[in-house]
Design a protein around this ligand. Structure first.
Ligand code: ATP
Ligand code: MG
Length: 569
């Protein structure tokens, strides 16, 4: 490819809307352009990267026994009504109507469609196991589309579904996919970690997420340095901490105190000169159409995934100010559990141990001192409702946990019979008995993987593509496009490398060398070859790796060998 013919519109300035580095760099390096919130066009260089990631995925899926299919993006509502997910999916689902006013959605995922296919075509144990996958656009009307390709509303996903005779079969498929995912992300050149995960709305009973480790990751994981334990903080189990300092032994009488304008835990703690650990953070949630109250220690954050385990619901959102006032008589900030009746009140395990705590008095500008659970208020139950933090004991071996941020690039689920039962997907076993098919589902965010690779591999000058997924391997930069000698050598090398099947770009633009070097770094070609006076006079070129600071001078003729050796390493 010649740079004069390529569509790689690089930008000098950082686009204002891009908050994280991968988003900035993919825009600046001319890989993507935005069409609407969470909706992007992939330009030619991005398409090449996506193709390479998809090629790796296809190879590993096929190796694990997967067969590729292509299912419709537009899906009829009937199937989603059969599993009950038409209503569960809520606002994240893009819904459309046809000319006859019939309901459809743009596929956010494909359990319904694929199970419908399999129930129609599979009838005997001889046809199982079956592993079917596809790579295509998915549609989710995310509440907060952001970070460019990281959280799009249209994005590319690989999704595989496994169909097995029984639970053991499902285990085997699950392990195959786990291994395939490990191979895929390793081959893409990413630093990642598989962690135990929540199975969320998809359902099922065991799940792992594959997390690319990056500071800007939306997910937080905890892992043990001593054993193999690693989990998303959403599900990592927590024991109540000891914190002897906050545990008094003698219960005191409850007392109402004036706390003007103290709305946050820190304001209350400062004003009353108590530690935040003694404060009870009280939040009112709207769980579907019911209000619930959740209590947690003031220095902790409520883990909504755990709340939803205790109180199953489709949507869990903070209640409106209006509803909070109606329930408690006070605005958020002055709310507490004392005197609240008629709704479930869930408290974290640490609240149970609290003696003489502080909470909102359900009256504007007032809090209670010396509040004691079971004396001053009753709860529906005490549960683990918080996030695990660094330094806490590993649930497996007791050693202190470490914490990191991650980007979820893939997730694997054991679904069991959730979908086969809902959609009546059965087969006849060896004895002629009808049985439900056991399923698993396995997703990879292909476009998110591209963004994650950038998030993890960059410097102040631009992207540093891992060589397996770089759009091109090599850029040749003639110092002067006007100099016939430079251009002749550059063309000669370009032709030679192209013949050898090396993916190469010739920067034949009539630009200053500085501009071409800047773009080469920004775009992130793994290898840069510079051709100039020394090439013409001494037969030497500059050979530079994107990962290295310095270049080497090597003989013109040795370039192909040197590149091949690097690419095969
Ligand atoms: P998240 O928790 O990030 O919303 P999810 O659990 O909803 O992800 P899955 O349904 O498991 O995601 O989808 C499989 C994969 O698709 C994810 O691991 C992720 O890599 C990718 N993915 C999911 N949502 C998006 C999105 N909005 N934009 C880009 N990629 C996405
Ligand atoms: Mg999601």
């Amino acid at each position: 490819m010649r740079m004069t013919e390529a569509l790689v519109p690089t930008l000098r300035s950082v686009p204002a809307e891009a908050e994280i580095i991968s988003h900035q760099l993919l825009l600046r390096a001319g890989f993507i352009r935005k069409n609407a919130a969470g909706i992007y066009s992939y330009l030619p260089f991005a398409k090449r990267v996506l193709d390479k990631i998809e090629k790796i995925i296809r190879e590993e899926m096929n190796k694990a026994g997967g067969q590729e299919v292509l299912l419709p993006i537009i899906q009829p509502a009937e199937l989603w009504l059969e599993t009950g997910r038409w209503h569960v999916y809520g606002q994240e689902m893009f819904r459309v109507k046809d000319r006859h006013n019939r309901d459809f959605c743009l596929g956010p995922t494909h359990e319904e469609i694929i199970t419908d296919l399999v129930r129609g075509e599979v009838s005997s144990y001889r046809q199982l196991p079956l592993l079917l996958y596809q790579i295509q656009n998915k549609y989710r009307d995310e509440k907060r589309p952001r970070f460019g390709l990281m959280r799009g509303r249209e994005f590319i996903m690989k999704d595989l579904y496994s169909f097995d005779r029984d639970e053991e079969g499902m285990e085997v498929s699950y392990r195959k996919m786990y291994q395939a995912y490990t191979n895929i992300f390793s081959r893409c050149g990413l630093t990642f970690r598989a962690v135990e995960a929540d199975s969320g709305a998809i359902g099922g009973n065991e799940s792992h997420e594959f997390m690319v480790l990056a500071e800007n990751g939306e997910a937080t994981i905890v892992y043990c340095g001593d054993c193999d334990y690693a989990a998303n903080v959403e599900i990592a189990p927590c024991e109540p901490a000891g914190d002897e300092g906050v545990v008094e032994t003698e219960r005191k009488e409850r007392e109402k105190v004036y706390t003007p304008d103290c709305r946050t835990i820190n304001e209350v703690a400062d004003y009353l000169k108590v530690s935040p650990q003694k404060c009870i953070k009280t939040l009112v949630y709207q769980a579907d159409d019911q209000l619930i109250m959740v209590l947690i220690r003031g220095d902790r954050a409520i883990n909504e995934v755990k709340v939803q385990k205790v109180h199953p619901c489709n949507t869990l959102e903070l209640a409106s100010e209006e509803k909070i006032k109606e329930l408690t008589g006070a605005g958020a900030g002055f709310v507490g559990p004392v005197g609240i009746k008629g709704i479930p009140i869930y408290a974290d395990l640490e609240i149970e141990k609290l003696v003489n705590g502080v909470c909102g008095a359900n009256q504007e500008q007032y809090h209670f001192l010396n509040v004691n659970p079971q004396v001053d208020f009753q709860v529906t139950g005490f549960y683990d409702l918080r996030f695990a933090e660094a330094g806490e004991p590993c649930p497996k071996c007791g050693q202190p946990l470490q914490q990191a941020r991650g980007i979820e690039v893939g997730q694997v689920f054991k679904l069991g019979t959730k979908y086969s039962a809902a959609l009546n997907a059965k087969y006849l076993d060896e004895k002629g008995q009808e049985r439900l098919i056991y399923m698993g589902c396995y997703g990879i965010g292909v476009s998110r993987t591209m963004a994650s690779a950038v998030e993890q591999n960059n410097d102040e000058h631009g992207i540093i593509w891992p060589k397996a997924i770089a759009p091109y391997h090599v850029v040749i930069i003639p110092i002067s496009a006007k100099d016939e000698g430079h251009m002749a050598k550059a063309e000669e090398l370009y032709n030679k490398l192209t013949e050898l099947g090396i993916e190469v770009v010739l920067d034949d633009r009539n630009e200053r060398p500085g501009v071409k070097f800047k773009d080469a770094d920004l775009i992130g070609f793994p290898i840069r070859i510079t051709i100039g006076r020394k090439t013409v006079e001494e037969d030497l070129v500059e050979y530079k790796l994107r990962t290295e600071k310095e270049h080497e001078e090597i003989p013109f003729n040795e370039v192909p060998e040197k590149i091949k050796e690097f690419l095969e390493r």
